[in-house]
Design a protein around this ligand. Structure first.
Ligand code: SF4
Ligand code: FES
Length: 292
């Protein structure tokens, strides 16, 4: 079996908040991300119209003798306005090589199945515009996961870690069914956990995390973010929150995070993962404080 080992992206130091006028580090990052993007894309699109784009796609198939040695295949794809990385690999599969294998479903950044390593960064194929990328566009499976075939990686470990944090709502004293009634949440509490509930289980964050790469038992940013969503939901109550914090503060939990921000940088849903992990660390400390 082949695995992809990729170098982490270099991380830029966060900018001074005063400079951008944004309220939180996450808002600053999003502002930086959007700055000038639309103009640049329009310019690049005009340049590419009528051209072909070169994509270099990672290939590997353990079941076919002459494909067991990993390699890159080149495909020249006619550019169309609005073309995404997913569109390009679909064109390559449909027009040139029907054995080219990858996952996709919704094509609108909802199902999380087409996370690839594109030009050295974890991205959703359907959300990434070809016009935003340098050519040739290099498309690989997610690093740090076992490759099943071509761009498909084994997600079992990622799902296992997600399930470790009990990713479902738990109530302290669930009353008998006949007495069940709607549980209301305050708008403030909803606002607090809003971003964490956007996760689409794509695995990009886990793949970008150096700590997860070196510690197979580390829960990882996606699972911790999932735990955040429930631990911070007031409706679950203090007792369940303590139970969740006990899971999170174990040896391979939140304290493994070294605040490198790589997960936050690559998350296609812009979830402030690193900030959620830091907040859970603070909650774990508060829970363990004793006053005599
Ligand atoms: S937290 Fe973001 S990067 Fe990680 S699995 Fe969820 S959507 Fe993907
Ligand atoms: S195809 Fe569903 S997220 Fe890209």
């Amino acid at each position: 079996m082949s695995t992809q080992q990729a170098e982490p992206e270099s991380q830029e130091a966060p900018e001074d908040p005063e400079m951008k006028g944004a309220e939180s580090p996450q808002e600053r990052r999003l502002e930086e991300k959007d700055d000038g993007m639309v103009d640049e894309r329009a310019e690049k699109t005009a340049e590419l119209e009528g051209e072909t784009v070169l994509i270099k796609v990672f290939r590997y198939d353990p079941e076919v003798a002459d494909k067991q040695e990993p390699r890159f295949d080149d495909f020249h794809v006619p550019f169309t306005k609005g073309m995404t990385v997913l569109d390009a690999v679909m064109y390559a599969r449909d027009e040139y090589d029907s054995s080219l294998t990858f996952r996709h479903s919704c094509r609108q950044a909802v199902c999380g199945s087409d996370a690839f390593f594109v030009n050295g960064r974890q991205r959703l194929g359907c959300k990434t515009q070809i016009s935003d990328l340098e050519q040739p566009v290099r498309i690989e499976p997610l690093p740090h996961q076992e490759v099943v075939k071509d761009l498909v990686v084994d997600m079992d470990h990622f799902y296992d870690q997600m399930h470790t944090v009990e990713p479902y709502f738990q109530d302290e004293d669930t009353p008998p069914v006949e007495d069940l009634e709607e549980q209301r949440q305050s708008p403030e509490n909803r606002e607090k956990i809003k971003m964490s509930s956007r996760c689409i289980w794509c695995g990009a964050c886990m793949s970008s995390c150096n700590i997860a790469a070196g510690d197979n038992e580390y829960l990882g940013p996606a699972a911790i973010n999932k735990a955040y969503k429930f631990a911070m939901d007031d409706r679950e109550g203090e007792e369940i929150k303590e139970h969740r914090l006990r899971i999170l503060e174990q040896e391979h939990g939140v304290w493994r995070c070294q605040t490198q921000f790589s997960c936050t940088e690559v998350c296609p849903k812009d979830i402030p993962l690193t900030e959620h992990i830091q907040e859970l660390k603070r909650e774990a400390v508060k829970k363990n404080l004793k006053f005599w």
